[in-house]
Ligand binder design. Structure first.
Ligand code: IPE
Ligand code: IPE
Ligand code: MG
Length: 250
C-alpha cells in the first residue's frame, strides 16, 4: 500500500466531507452505552484518513461535533470532550508521520483552555505537511461559519478597510473557515439519515451527496470506495445543460 504522501496522480476528487453519524445506534444495538460507539468510531476515522491519503485526495473534512451537539446529555458531551483530548494526543504523531496537515474548524473558544491548547499545538506541529489536509469540524455549524464570516467582513467595512461593493462570493468564500480549500466534491453521510445537519451549508452548494445506512463505526474502505464509485458515475452540471457539459452542444 502506498504512503499517503506518495500518491502521485491527482485524484478527480479533491475534497471529501463526511458526516460521521450513527455511533449511538451502533452501541445501542450492542446493548452498550452510546459513548462506546463514539470510542469505536475512532477506528473508522483512522481508516478514512488512511484511505483518503492513499487515494491522493487533497482534503478530508470530518464532522465530529456540531454546534447543536451541546444539547446532548452533559455526560455524553463530557466523554466526547475527553475523547477529543485523548485522540488528539495519541494520533498527532501518526498523522505527522503520514504527512497529514491537521486543522480544526469551528468555534473552539467554547472548549476548555487545555483542549484549545492541544488543538493549537497539533495544528502547529503538522502545519508544514504537504500530504492530506484533514479538517476536523468541532463545535462547527454551517450557520455559525456564515455569520462569523459576515461579522468579520462587516468589521472590515466599518474600519474602512473594505468597500461593501467589493464583497462577492469569492471574497466571502475566502473568509470562511475553509478558505483556500476547494468546495467539497463529495459529501458522505453514514447512519441512514438524509440531511445536512448544519454542516458545510455555504461550501456544499454544488456538492454531490452520498448517503449510506452503514453506521459510522462500521465505515471502512469498501463503503468509502462505493461512495467514490457512485460519485464517478454522476454528471455534475453546475447549472449548465448535459450537452454543454459533454461538449456536444451546437
Ligand atoms: C455521531 O453519532 C457522532 C456525534 C454526533 C458526536 P451519533 O452520536 O449522532 O449517533 P446516533 O445518530 O445517535 O446513532
Ligand atoms: C450530525 O449528526 C453531527 C455530527 C455527525 C457531528 P447528528 O446526530 O448531530 O445529527 P441530527 O441531530 O440527527 O440531525
Ligand atoms: Mg446522530
Amino acid at each position: 500500500m502506498a504512503d499517503p504522501d506518495q500518491a502521485d496522480k491527482p485524484h478527480p476528487i479533491k475534497h471529501v466531507a463526511i458526516i460521521m453519524d450513527g455511533n449511538g445506534r451502533w452501541a445501542q444495538q450492542r446493548n452498550k452505552p452510546r459513548v462506546f460507539g463514539h470510542k469505536s468510531g475512532v477506528q473508522s476515522v483512522r481508516r478514512a484518513v488512511r484511505y483518503a491519503g492513499q487515494l491522493g485526495i487533497q482534503a478530508l473534512t470530518l464532522y465530529a461535533f456540531s454546534s447543536e451537539n451541546w444539547r446532548r446529555p452533559e455526560a455524553e458531551v463530557g466523554v466526547l470532550m475527553e475523547l477529543f483530548m485523548t485522540v488528539l494526543t495519541s494520533e498527532v504523531k501518526r498523522l505527522h508521520k503520514n504527512n497529514v496537515r491537521l486543522r480544526i474548524i469551528g468555534d473552539i473558544s467554547r472548549f476548555s483552555d487545555k483542549l484549545q491548547h492541544k488543538i493549537r499545538e497539533a495544528e502547529a506541529k503538522t502545519a508544514d505537511n504537504k500530504g492530506l489536509l484533514l479538517n476536523i469540524a468541532a463545535n462547527y455549524g454551517g450557520r455559525w461559519d456564515v455569520v462569523d464570516t459576515a461579522k468579520r467582513l462587516a468589521q472590515q467595512v466599518k474600519n474602512g478597510e473594505l468597500d461593501v461593493n467589493d464583497i462577492d462570493e469569492t471574497m466571502f468564500t475566502n473568509a470562511t473557515c475553509l478558505a483556500g480549500v476547494p468546495d467539497p466534491d463529495l459529501m458522505i453521510r453514514t447512519g441512514g439519515d438524509h440531511r445536512i445537519s448544519n454542516f458545510l451549508i455555504w461550501q456544499a452548494a454544488y456538492t454531490e451527496f452520498y448517503f449510506t445506512d452503514t453506521l459510522w463505526p462500521d465505515f471502512d474502505e469498501t463503503v468509502f470506495e462505493q461512495a467514490i464509485q457512485s460519485f464517478m458515475q454522476r454528471e455534475r452540471r453546475f447549472g449548465c445543460t448535459g450537452e454543454q457539459v459533454q461538449g456536444t452542444d451546437a
